[in-house]
Design a protein around this ligand. Structure first.
Ligand SMILES: Nc1ncnc2c1ncn2[C@@H]1O[C@H](COP(=O)(O)OP(=O)(O)OP(=O)(O)O)[C@@H](O)[C@H]1O
Ligand SMILES: CC(C)(CO)[C@@H](O)C(=O)[O-]
Ligand code: BAL
Length: 281
């Protein structure tokens, strides 16, 4: 496995793959890897001849400096996991390599970035689309794999790639969960045992909404079910619940008419957790 820390190194490595006619699949991550990331890596292996993973805790997408400072990191462990999975190359640059002159130029999906989860984390998606554009320009993959857990992020990236005519296929991968239903996330490690137990309420609320959607619940009733389920857990605070048309994220109301996305942000013990489910009427 090649470990590249400079733009010149990863460009040279990928150029070699392309000269051999190989299709390059990219997995973007912020490290502290878990089984969710590993399913993205396996999907990349199925989608391409060469798998490149990037590990970069991107400072421009953190609107909260404390969240950035506390973001978990363990590069040695990450590299061992990627090596065991047969990854071809890893790109782990310093922030000074990626932002040598600061963040003067930005890329933003104007409306999509600032609604829903983006309204709760101002500037977050602008940081994501800017860094993803940088890495797409540096690595020039044929295909890139993103998790559906970050549902709005996936839709933002689909839209950016379409609008900016980037010749890159974007693939979404289903969320991997712990045995009790909690979506795997690097931030879960910051939960105390009591908060970890309470965090099961996220997936429980989505399961309750899914069941209600199938028996004809309206958008307002789904909001009520999510609010009541999260509200019954004193350690959890519902920060955001968005029920929108899948993929376009357009506002909907009344009875469900098609594939609908429910996206929730819940604070548990001071840690912001997100989860998502697509439901059908
Ligand atoms: N449980 C999961 N199942 C599938 N994909 C996941 C899962 N968790 C994260 N991903 C995906 O992995 C990629 C990298 O995400 P990231 O490194 O931010 O991990 P994370 O666990 O989501 O961390 P965070 O604590 O920031 O939420 C993203 O495309 C994300 O959607
Ligand atoms: C896509 C990403 C790697 C950009 O920093 C990040 O937002 C993430 O891990 O989902
Ligand atoms: N996976 C989302 C990255 C973030 O929370 O900043």
């Amino acid at each position: 496995m090649e470990i590249c820390t400079t733009i010149a190194q990863i460009r040279g490595t990928v150029a070699g793959y392309k000269q051999a006619g190989d299709r390059v699949a990219l997995v973007p991550t912020m490290g502290y890897l878990h089984e969710g990331h590993m399913t993205l890596v396996r999907r990349a292996r199925a989608e391409g001849d060469r798998v490149v993973v990037w590990i970069f805790v991107n400072p421009t997408q953190f609107e909260n400096p404390d969240d950035l400072a506390k973001y978990p990191r363990d590069t040695d462990r990450d590299l061992a996991m990627l090596r065991a999975e047969g990854v071809d190359a890893v790109f782990l640059p310093d922030a000074s390599e990626i932002y040598p002159e600061g963040a003067e130029t930005i890329v933003e999906t104007t409306k999509l970035a600032n609604m829903l989860h983006g309204a709760v984390r101002p500037g977050h998606f602008r940081g994501v689309t800017t860094v993803v554009t940088k890495f797409f320009n540096i690595i020039q993959p044929d295909v890139a794999i993103f998790g559906e857990k970050d549902y709005q992020q996936l839709q933002v990236i689909h839209r950016m790639v379409r609008d900016l005519h980037m010749p890159i296929e974007i693939v979404g991968q289903a969320t991997v969960r712990e045995s009790d239903g909690l979506a795997m996330s690097s931030r879960n490690v910051r939960l105390s045992p009591e908060d970890r137990a309470a965090a099961v309420v996220l997936s429980q609320s989505l399961a309750a909404a899914d069941a209600a959607a199938k028996t004809g619940a309206t958008v307002a009733e789904l909001h009520q079910i999510i609010g009541d389920t999260i509200g019954a857990e004193p350690r959890a605070k519902l920060v955001g619940c968005d029920i929108v048309a899948a993929e376009t994220l357009a506002d909907i109301s009344g009875p469900l008419t098609g594939l609908t996305a429910i996206m929730i942000s819940v604070e548990v013990g001071g840690v912001m957790l997100i989860d998502q489910k697509e439901v059908t009427p």
